[in-house]
Design a protein around this ligand. Structure first.
Ligand SMILES: Nc1ncnc2c1ncn2[C@@H]1O[C@H](COP(=O)(O)OP(=O)(O)OP(=O)(O)O)[C@@H](O)[C@H]1O
Length: 222
């Protein structure tokens, strides 16, 4: 019952999330997003998400790479306030300059179903309806996947504490935000959530596999 309504919801999510730009290969992006393509992407994304909900979640190698290695991946999203305040470049620079690899990026206005599923663990919290409304406001978000050593934990440090008033002044939230309800950015908080979130927001073919020119200089241990 729940799975059916979720499946339906994610189909709707895929259909109604408006995409402005993306790392999808040009040929695929140029194709009109007909029902088949949209449904295919939704099914692929949903399959990855379903896999992330199964006991396979306990595995250390998933769509979020391999936990604890340079292939570890995190889902990072610049929220509508970050886009509206034109902080996208500054925020992306934090991850790039640290040495992390951008493996996927797209701008979209999430559907209500997608936003609700992303924040499903907070559905009982009083701020949940307002949170969903904020994420689906119509101003787009920038959804990204970043890769590199310890990117999940380090990504959370770059982002800062949930309440910007508690955030380190050098973090994104500590530098640019003051309100918990408008804290600019999301980053996965654990390997399991990165697995769920990357599978929910991206189809596998949207994730690029390449090596930045400085990769060995950034990731080597000796
Ligand atoms: N008390 C609150 N009032 C309003 N919004 C809140 C409140 N607490 C959390 N939120 C919103 O819900 C989001 C998710 O909350 P969560 O507790 O998962 O924190 P987080 O993991 O730091 O945030 P995110 O998941 O966005 O990275 C927060 O980033 C914020 O936008």
């Amino acid at each position: 019952m729940f799975a059916n309504s979720l499946r339906q919801g994610l189909r709707t999510a895929s259909r109604s999330s408006a995409r402005a730009f993306s790392t999808i290969p040009a040929r695929a992006a140029a194709r009109p997003l007909g029902a088949g393509v949209a449904l295919g992407a939704a099914v692929a994304g949903y399959a990855m998400y379903e896999a992330s909900r199964s006991p396979l979640l306990l595995e250390s190698k998933t769509i979020a790479g391999e936990k604890g290695t340079a292939s570890e991946r995190s889902f990072v999203m610049i929220k509508p306030d970050g886009v509206s305040r034109q902080l996208v470049g500054k925020i992306i620079s934090r991850f790039e300059e640290r040495g992390y690899k951008l493996v996927a990026v797209k701008s979209l206005t999430p559907s209500e179903a997608l936003a609700k599923e992303h924040y499903s663990d907070l559905s009982a919290r009083p701020f949940y309806p307002g949170l969903v409304k904020y994420i689906t406001s119509g101003t787009p978000v920038v959804a990204m996947v970043w890769e590199g050593k310890d990117v999940i934990k380090q990504g959370r440090r770059i982002v800062g504490a949930t309440n910007p008033q508690d955030a380190d002044p050098g973090s994104v939230r500590g530098q640019y935000a003051v309100s918990v309800g408008r804290n600019l950015i999301h980053a996965s908080d654990a390997f399991d959530s990165a697995t769920k979130e990357i599978g929910l927001w991206f189809a596998p073919e949207e994730l690029s596999d390449y090596e930045p020119i400085a990769w060995p200089w950034v990731m080597a241990d000796n």
